[in-house]
Design a protein around this ligand. Sequence first.
Ligand code: SF4
Length: 64
Amino acid sequence: MNSAALYIHIPFCIRKCNYCDFTSFKYNEENVEEYIALLLKEIDMYSEKVKDYKFRTIFFGGGN
Ligand code: SF4
């Protein structure tokens, strides 16, 4: 079985860290809800493609 690691970026932050090179936007509840809905759709879309992978780690980043 193939193994993989998954990174999920949450691009909404209260303030921008000085060292940040990631995409990040000011927190806005409406945009967050839309982003999460689309993220769930994307996960669903890829689920068949990665069904034979074992995910060693799932890391959530951003969103401070
Ligand atoms: S929490 Fe992460 S994504 Fe947000 S500003 Fe800091 S480094 Fe960037």
